[in-house]
Design a protein around this ligand. Sequence first.
Ligand code: S3P
Length: 444
Amino acid sequence: MNAAAPMPLTARCGGPLHGRVRVPGDKSISHRALVLAALTVGETRISGLLEGEDVLRTAAAIGALGASVERGADGVWLVHGVGVGGFREPASTLDFGNSGTGCRLALGAVAGSPITATFDGDASLRKRPMRRILDPLERMGARVTGAAEGGLLPIILHGAVDPIPIIYESPVSSAQLKSAVLLAGLSAPGETTVIEAEATRDHTERMLKHFGAKVASKPHGDHGRRITLHGQPELEPASVVVPADPSSAAFPIAAALIVPGSDVTLEAVMTNPLRTGLLTTLRQMGATIEALETRDDGGEEVADLRVTASQLRAVDVPPERAPSMIDEYPILAVIASFAEGATRMRGLKELRVKESDRLAATADMLRVNGVEIEIDGDDLIVNGKGRPAGGGVVATHMDHRIAMSALVMGLASENAVQIDDSSFIATSFPGFTELMRSLGADLA
Ligand code: S3P
């Protein structure tokens, strides 16, 4: 996919969007289900797995590490695990493509096995910081060799022979970092603890418990958590049902809000409170989003979300909300450009190290479409004036979320919006174009 010629795509304003759709499975949970299933002894069934490029890379990686991974004719994935610490040395480089999550979770899992593996990715992933993951893993006994001492991919990781449990006060609130330490901690004797200043998505903790590990989580400070794992558990296989991804649902939700006359229902969207910062923000902006039939689906809360086109006003988004909507700022920035007034999004430093420099890419996306914006330190300010001009060609920088955000903008702006490359959308949201077209979107 990535090496192929770029695939431009254009979004135009058409009629209202209508319908009832289900977006694909959650990316975070899909990666975790594969990695943790690989660390059990026995067979795990995973239904609803996101079959996006990123997750398929993780499936290939755990296969190369010795697990058996198979997709059944019914779409259910079957993983035969090798047990904690049981990975075998892969015959070739583990290539994670565009996926930071897959790569960082696998670094953690491999750090707890006495093997050597080379990690690599595409041009976007090769720019993303890995030191933050390697620091705690080295303290746990793993070693890193290779270019730039592992600050950037490619990295050669030598897993610990006798992993050491640590107490790690994380310098950044990152679920990927937390998860890498906990995964390495599975092989260590005693307790491994991660302290985060702001609570991040807790899917790893939930799923570790689901597979039989002992994990305790308690509040830390005003917004944080202290998570402790008891090492060397025997993980038991257990079925996983992957709920629909709220970060993917964000795009049709946004489109329904800004295209006049729209009425769209998103089925069974995961509403884990550590993922719903966007919904909180949109409701403060005056969005009509009804949560219908709230229920439990495979250990996560889900709801059908009915979204109707709404008049929106600007808001101030506090920095402590960032972890619960970290992937949603590009689409919120688009929505804010359709609101009245200046929306300020605070504390967006981490956006600079996503699939692209997302702060810069979001600002450029808005600017080329006639929206007045300002970056003030780590804050983004979007001056909404009701309806942007559009008409721009957006550089997506190998970033799926910039691509989808720009297309949503074009569905409601005065003039069409074009993106330079739609191919990266398949990393997280295969079928995006078809799903949006089924609601009435003009994408061509
Ligand atoms: C993810 C965590 C977030 C998020 C990413 C998925 C995860 O990254 O941006 O898309 O599944 O743990 P950070 O942990 O680096 O903030």
